[in-house]
Design a protein around this ligand. Structure first.
Ligand code: GDP
Ligand code: GDP
Length: 455
């Protein structure tokens, strides 16, 4: 398999066009009801958003694009923080941690009428540990008489409290000036580098295999929509879902949730959507409907993921519907059609009953770990040396091409370059790939192997 992978610049270009270019990220964090959403709405200049006077009202955590003094940035509203069963402290802390992690700078909002609470102190600890620039907003200073309350917040040890009234707009300009002083021009974590942030998963498969059902099953109540753009009608595309103690980003879920009715061209759009999701993801979870024969379309989707060089997990869905006879044929079909993909972890699930849902995350984790594996050059060559000695390439035209040495040129997925003394046949390359897998694992990751002939 020789693939060039995807074009990073192109992807970044697309994202920039879609409004998800590499802008620095500002997170607004704080306890429920301190006025985070009101402040965000003020900053993005939107007033119609519903703000309820009730602690812990469930709203989505949303990212907006904002600008101030000629600079553009993203602003993450964590106003929808839910108080879950863990209690308010734990959930505020967890959500703050997440937001701070993804941010380049933070506005920490405190209700100056209430003063600093224990929960506020807990968030301050998180902020200190994260080491990101923080601007302290002392909110609900609606008039000069509130200034004294704001000054009390010097006690938090976060520097100057900026008195603001998010409701009336008082002081918000000065606050933003202070923010821009500390907000970097570009985000530290850019999308294309595959670093930082939650891991990105694409849930793909042909229509009716159960993508939407699976998404709903795994998401439960945790679902949070991100990248929703202010003032546009764009679909929400990515959803953050916590599974097994980790937050995952399910990319491009708009295509999953929105049912495209069968009409002319629907297949074409579905396949574009699949391609887009695969490009954005690090790991593809491909769903197969076990009640039907594995189809050309299933194969095409699997191939798309492999050729894009993404980690791969195959989920056989609707397992609850499988009878003995169908199971027999299914296993035959897998042997016949998917023999080349034996390296992909397989989970037999039911989105309906929840069967084996708990196996999904470990499979994804395994695949991603393989995808990032780097084999040291010394180890690789020790292995290749033994292999080539024990199993030399067949002699062709009186000559015997030899693998001279190899190196791993990259990861995500692992890419190997082998240097050879002559043309290496496809069968021998496949043999080497198989043995590489036996030796080093790579479960769930495609391998890219190219051969250079040295004269
Ligand atoms: P969040 O939970 O932190 O996002 O808080 P909200 O933005 O939902 O605000 C909670 C309540 O505080 C709402 O009733 C707001 O109207 C009110 N509020 C927000 N900012 C201010 C402010 O600057 N002054 C006053 N008096 N009330 C505010
Ligand atoms: P999508 O088009 O891939 O998003 O598929 P849907 O999630 O809409 O599912 C298509 C149909 O299959 C729906 O009628 C679901 O209820 C059904 N379905 C999905 N998963 C399962 C499953 O695990 N078992 C059974 N019996 N039906 C399922």
């Amino acid at each position: 398999a020789q693939q060039e992978g995807f074009d990073l610049e192109e992807v970044e270009g697309d994202l920039a066009e879609a409004g998800h270019g590499p802008l620095p990220v500002l997170a607004v964090v704080g306890r429920p009801n301190v006025g985070k959403s009101t402040l965000v709405n003020r900053i993005i200049g939107r007033r119609e958003a519903v703000v309820e006077d009730k602690p812990g009202v469930t709203r989505d955590r949303v990212t907006y694009e904002a600008h101030w003094a000629g600079r553009r940035f993203k602003i993450v509203d964590t106003g929808g923080w839910e108080q879950d069963v863990l209690g308010i402290d734990a959930s505020v802390a967890a959500q703050a941690e997440f937001a701070i992690d993804a941010a380049d700078a933070v506005i920490f909002v405190v209700d100056s009428k209430v003063g600093a609470t224990d929960t506020d102190e807990a968030v301050v600890k998180l902020l200190r540990r994260a080491g990101k620039p923080v601007v302290l907003a002392a909110n609900k200073v609606d008039g000069p008489s509130g200034e004294a309350d704001a000054a009390m917040l010097w006690n938090l040890g976060l520097g100057e409290p900026h008195p603001v009234s998010s409701l009336h707009g008082r002081g918000t300009g000065d606050l933003l000036d202070a923010v821009l002083d500390v907000l970097p021009e570009a985000p530290a974590q850019t999308f294309g580098e595959f670093v930082g942030g939650p891991r990105r998963i694409a849930l793909i498969g042909r229509p009716n295999v159960g993508k939407s059902s699976l998404l709903n099953k795994v998401a439960g109540e945790e679902r949070v929509v991100v990248n929703e753009m202010a003032g546009t009608t764009r679909d929400p595309v990515d959803e953050l879902i916590e599974l097994g103690g980790t937050t995952w980003k399910f990319v491009d879920t708009a295509g999953i949730r929105k049912k495209v009715h069968m009409q002319e061209g629907a297949d074409y759009y579905a396949s574009l959507r699949t391609a887009a999701a695969v490009e954005k993801a690090e790991c593809a979870v491909v769903l197969i409907d076990v009640t039907e024969s594995i189809s050309v379309q299933d194969m095409r989707i699997l191939t798309m993921a492999v050729e894009a060089g993404r980690a791969l997990v195959i989920a056989y869905n609707k397992w609850d519907q499988l009878d003995e006879e169908r199971r027999f044929y299914l296993e035959r079909e897998i042997e016949r059609d998917l023999v080349q993909l034996q390296w992909a972890p397989r989970v037999n699930v039911s989105a309906l009953t929840g069967r084996h849902m708990e196996k999904l995350v470990p499979a994804i984790e395994t695949a991603l770990a393989s995808w990032e594996t780097r084999v040291p050059t010394g180890k690789l060559n020790a292995f290749l040396g033994e292999l080539v000695a024990a199993h030399p390439h067949p002699i062709r035209g009186g000559k015997q091409p030899r693998i001279l040495f190899g190196t791993q040129a990259g990861t995500k997925p692992p890419r190997f370059v082998l240097f050879a003394s002559g043309f290496i046949e496809a069968g021998y390359r496949r043999f080497i790939e198989r043995r590489l897998r036996e030796e080093f694992g790579f479960e769930g990751s495609p391998l890219q192997i190219s051969v250079r002939v040295r004269e």
